[in-house]
Ligand binder design. Structure first.
Ligand code: ATP
Length: 240
């Protein structure tokens, strides 16, 4: 596979907080048209990988390539312009603003009002359960609905790849299923996805490929179905 066949290539990434290493030599790839997951326990370093990729944490070593181009160290804004969107842990919604205003803020890199309106229509088609609630304050939605608002907001910048940081955390089983369906639907629209999760079961179910992060390093990678059947993964992450 040539480089352009990957939307994201992370190679030998290291990062530290105040000199204390958080991730060490992490490499991963997202092939075009795929959903990839990185699973791992609390504190394994998953969020740090995402933060390095989206320009929020400066890696101490390693490189990040987006659609074949080196982007290590670019600012989050520049990365959005190159087709990357992130749904951060904890969603970071503007809770005192309406759903519609949150969507408009997601399109901040797009200046053409007509294009923003078209995007909103396209994005809302994925959220039939919310599309009639554009004037509702984001903070008054349920946890699961807020997660959907955060995903919808990220889609407003017309990303080609989206990074999701623990999208199912704290949600009811029904809502976890809904978010999982949504991820599959988004992938079918041609947006590649990297999802990091503590919920390994759902993450491996919806992904093509998976990586296991432990103590800041990748300890296993394989296609998601094979990983889900691995005895080590089952014992450590699937509670079986
Ligand atoms: P979680 O599921 O809790 O988000 P995670 O797998 O995403 O866990 P990270 O948040 O990347 O893990 O954390 C990796 C390591 O870096 C942990 O030891 C954590 O305590 C540490 N760490 C994360 N953020 C900071 C920070 N801002 N300052 C100092 N240490 C941090």
């Amino acid at each position: 596979m040539t480089s352009e066949q990957y939307s994201l290539e992370v190679e030998g990434l290291c990062a530290a907080y105040g000199g204390v290493p958080a991730i060490n030599n992490v490499s991963l790839k997202v092939a075009r048209g795929s959903v990839v997951t990185m699973i791992g326990a609390n504190g394994a370093g998953k969020s740090t990988v995402i933060k390095c990729v989206c320009g929020l944490v400066k890696p101490t070593a390693g490189s990040v390539r987006l659609f074949g181009e080196e982007v290590t160290g670019l600012s989050p804004d520049r990365l959005v312009q190159r087709g990357l969107a992130v749904v951060p842990e904890g969603r970071r919604l503007f809770v005192d603003m309406s759903f519609k205003e949150n969507l408009e803020l997601g399109a901040y890199t797009i200046k053409d009002r007509a294009a923003i309106a078209r995007n909103m229509e396209r994005v809302l088609a994925l959220f039939p359960d919310l599309k009639d609630r554009l004037s509702t304050l984001a903070g008054s939605f349920s946890g699961g609905q807020q997660q959907m608002v955060a995903v919808a907001r990220a889609l407003m910048s017309e990303p080609r790849i989206i990074l999701l940081d623990e999208p199912t955390i704290g949600l009811s089983p029904a809502m976890v299923e809904r978010i999982a369906e949504l991820i599959t639907e988004i992938s079918r629209t041609g947006v590649d996805i990297l999802v990091i999760e503590q919920n390994a079961e759902i993450a491996l179910e919806i992904s093509d490929r998976g990586y296991v992060l432990e103590g800041g390093s990748v300890i296993a990678e394989d296609d998601a179905k094979t990983l889900a059947l691995s005895e080590d993964v089952q014992k450590a992450y699937l509670g079986t």
